[in-house]
Design a protein around this ligand. Structure first.
Ligand code: URA
Length: 425
């Protein structure tokens, strides 16, 4: 087998055989296939696509490049959620303990933010003492104590994907649906969850800008999960505006705790409860209803157990940014537009996100929204507050927000429904 044959097969629009796929993933992981050869193959896949069999075999080969986790020692069923990422998407934080409070076990491996979307681990690291890196035994211990664990994926999980994702990032090949789907699903299947709910975001603040592309990605991932024996469901959800009223690490932790206390913004509560019901149903767990677990404090109890079991202090004051600046409504009327990408980019420039993988984030930086699309506002009323550690960051954040919000006499801008569609096998 040689790399040129594999590249030429896909370049000419033909199907890759199982032998070719197994060989190229293994050889790339070991360094036998060079980065420039894998880049050419990734581009050929982006241009010519792959069929269901090829994507499934590609995913299985990436899983086999590392280890698989095993939760059979737990006394209940495992269920997990993966979001393709968005602005203000802190849903994992209240969702994992909520599902635990209803009888599911949630082994959630999460990532850090890159670009304008935030990362779950960065958010939780704003809690003093909280640790993202756990061994498998520690994960099992936290799951036993709290029913949920949120932590970083170790190096042993789908190492072929780690290498390939870094390569795609610098070769213009991130957007290929077969490569996105196999990248996400190889990690989720290797994680060993029994059931999986995918939250595929759609809109300016998401990877997938249109419902059609999001549906194609969701269908591909649901097929991959199903073929691998994981009960998988996907929701397409709105990311044309930010989710909730907090964007930024510690700000989003505070909003998540509000949800766990029975309050919080309506959209965050609605999506959290909907995803929790989907996760429980997919796992076949019929415990307490999620709405009840938010009301009776059991979800909050699970959150506190989970944070403490990972070294965090759930009562600690969270970091706050030193500087703030208010943006007010330019006129009276309806807030017709609040663009997710603009708000995410502004929060990133305020210091909530990182430019390179090794950069630190500011835990206190971000944006608090005081109005959401469809709300009536009066001229001069605060629309949002920007938070940063240095005032010098405000100018570039304001530039990102130019054209990202609008107030008009009447609201005629179409918003996506919060849950757009549900995709099953
Ligand atoms: N997230 C992943 O893990 N992989 C992709 O390819 C895209 C998003």
């Amino acid at each position: 087998m040689d790399a040129i044959d594999v590249i030429v097969t896909k370049r000419d629009g033909r199907e890759l055989s199982r032998e070719q796929i197994d060989w190229v993933i293994d050889a790339y992981t070991k360094g036998v296939v060079a980065d420039e050869q894998m880049s050419a193959l990734a581009m050929a896949i982006l241009l010519n696509g792959m069929n269901r069999r090829e994507i499934a075999e590609w995913t299985q080969a990436m899983i086999r490049s590392g280890s698989r986790m095993d939760w059979s020692a737990l006394p209940g069923r495992t269920t997990d959620k993966h979001s393709t990422g968005g602005v203000g998407d802190k849903i994992t934080l209240p969702l994992a303990p909520l599902v635990a409070a209803c009888g599911g076990y949630v082994p959630q491996l999460s990532g850090r933010g890159l670009g304008h979307t935030g990362g779950t681990l960065d958010k939780l690291e704003s809690i003093p003492g909280w640790r993202a890196s756990l061994s498998n035994d520690e994960m099992l211990d936290v799951l036993g104590k709290a029913g949920a664990v949120i932590c970083a994926a170790g190096d042993g999980l789908a190492p072929a994907d780690k290498k390939l994702y870094a390569l795609r990032d610098v070769t213009g090949t991130v957007e290929a649906i077969p490569l996105i789907a196999s990248s996400i699903m190889s990690k989720k299947i290797a994680e060993g969850t029994g059931a999986l709910v995918l939250d595929v975001k759609v809109g300016s603040g998401a990877f997938m800008k249109t419902v059609e592309r999001a549906r194609e990605l969701a269908t591909t991932m649901v097929e991959l999960g199903t073929d691998a024996g994981v009960n998988t469901v996907a929701l397409l959800t709105a990311m044309d505006r930010p989710l909730g009223c907090a964007v930024g690490n510690a700000l989003e932790v505070t909003e998540s705790v509000e949800v766990l206390a029975g309050g919080g913004p309506a959209d965050v509560v609605e999506l959290t409860v909907r995803l929790a019901r989907e996760m429980l149903q997919a796992a076949g767990v019929s415990g307490k209803d999620p709405e009840e677990a938010l009301k009776d404090g059991s979800a909050m109890d699970a959150w506190r157990r989970m944070i403490i079991a990972q070294g965090g202090d759930p009562d600690a004051l969270l970091p706050r940014a030193a500087e703030s600046m208010e943006i007010t409504a330019p006129a009276s009327g309806v807030l017709t537009r609040l663009d997710a990408y603009g708000v995410g980019l502004a929060a990133w420039r305020l210091g909530a996100g990182r430019e390179r993988k090794e950069d630190p984030v500011s835990f206190g930086a971000g944006i608090t929204l005081h109005a959401k699309p469809g709300d009536l506002v009066r001229e001069g009323q605060p629309l949002m507050t920007l938070h940063a550690d240095e005032t010098s960051r405000f100018d570039r954040a304001l530039a990102a927000l130019e054209g990202a919000y609008a107030v008009a006499a009447s609201g005629d801008e179409e918003l996506l429904p919060l849950v757009i569609d549900r995709i099953t096998a």
